[in-house]
Structure formats: structure tokens, C-alpha cells
Design a protein around this ligand. Sequence first.
Ligand code: FES
Length: 273
Amino acid sequence: MYQIVATKVLAPTIKLFEIKAPMVAAKAQAGQFIILRVDEEGERIPLTIADYNRDAGTITTIFQEIGYTTKKLGALNEGDSLVDFVGPLGQASEIENFGRIVCVGGGVGVAPLYPITRALKEAGNEVISIIGARSKDLLILEDEMRSVSDTLLVATDDGSYGHKGFVTDLLKQVIEEKGDVKHVWAIGPVVMMRAVTGTTKPYEVPTIVSMNPIMVDGTGMCGACRVSVGNETKFACVDGPEFDGHLVDWDLAIRRLAIFKDEEKRAEAAASC
Ligand code: FES
């Protein structure tokens, strides 16, 4: 059993859980994820690793209560335990000293972006971070991202904090005004990541995205997490979750997510009967 040792509400519907899982914490690296099950009857859900503490043997994960299982998870308290907690899964981010890089995070995507940004900063990069949310109250990890960035810019859709508009407005500005951006990392909703790749493409700035499709086994066996990258089928759980954003088939990724959203609604309706 994997005990929840700390919880924190970061924003309405967004929670942070610190979970005791020493074997996972010993190996976790930026960019990887875990799969958990809340109880014996529960489905397996992938969650990104927002941080890890090897000494304490804990993994920090941040999630949004948007579906049946994440709501069930969010209802747990400090001291409760999870039945399964498997990881670290997926490939770690390829961290090196590129020079000037931009890390772009949207919504709950800022959580997995944080350890990657920290690792990039530690590798000697000049890090410009851009984080965004629909409104100020939904913005997470601002202080944490500032602490690992040379510059932090903020955008909110409604203008309640920082730039009024999208993270891509700020990204375009940074690329044009500062120039010499060697790499961009983008994690957030699929539409945001697609918009980021559309922004960087004309400037030919290599852009890494972290795909978050539905996952079942997390071992490359079930095929649920398949994405098309450069016209090849890849499994996000073993080949990813990070891919070259300019090669991702975004239309397909969005269509597949829409199918699973319908399934999720049916599961919630069935559970409430
Ligand atoms: Fe089954 Fe990736 S989750 S192949």
C-alpha cells in the first residue's frame, strides 16, 4: 500500500499529493510518470511526476479532479493509502545545455514541467518560463517555476493576472525580441501544445511536447496510448511521453481524446446510478 503523506489544494479542483513510494522515488527522473489505482476495483490512471524526494522516499503528483477516478482520488486524505503505484514509467527528458530555452506550461501541465525546468536550469541553460491558466485562481506553481527560471512570464485567458491572452502570444514575443531560442518545452492541454508547435515552426525552433493520451497498462502492450509521430505509430507510455512536437499528428491526438471523453462521461453516469 502506498500512503498519502501530505495533501494540498493548489487551486479549485487541482490538488497536490505527496505519496510514500520509496522504490519509485529512488529512480524517478524529470519527464516520467506513474500509473496508480485508488482501490481494488479502480481503473489505472497515469499521472505525471511533479517532484520526487529520494531521501524521504516520496513522489509528488498534481492532478485535476476532472473524471471519475481523479475525483475519487481527490476525496482521499492524508494517511489514506493507494492500492497500486507503479513507476517511474516512460523515458526521462533529454536534458543538456542547449543555451537559451523556453519552457511553456498550461494549466495542470505546469506540474510536470517544473522538474524538467529545474533540471534544464541545473544543466546551465538560460531558462525563460511562460506559464498560463484560464484565470489567476487556476495558476499553479508560480513561485516554484520562478525559483528555477531566469525569467518567468505569466498569461491568463481572462487577463486576471499577467498578460491577457495565451502563452503563445508571449512565446512569439520572446522568440522575436530575444532571439536565439535553441529549444522549447511545452506541456499542457493538447490544443495548447499544438498552438505552441504552430508558433515555433516558422522559426524552426525544436519543440518538445509531453503527450498525455489515455493509458491502460503503461508497458507498451495494450496500444491505448498510441500517437502518430512523423507518420509512425508510437506508444506514449514507452516511447514517450515526450516527442518532437513538429512531427505529432495533432488532429488524430485530439480525435482520440474526444472518444475517451465520451467514454469517461458514460463511466461517470454509470457510477452515479
Ligand atoms: Fe498500453 Fe501504452 S498504455 S501501450
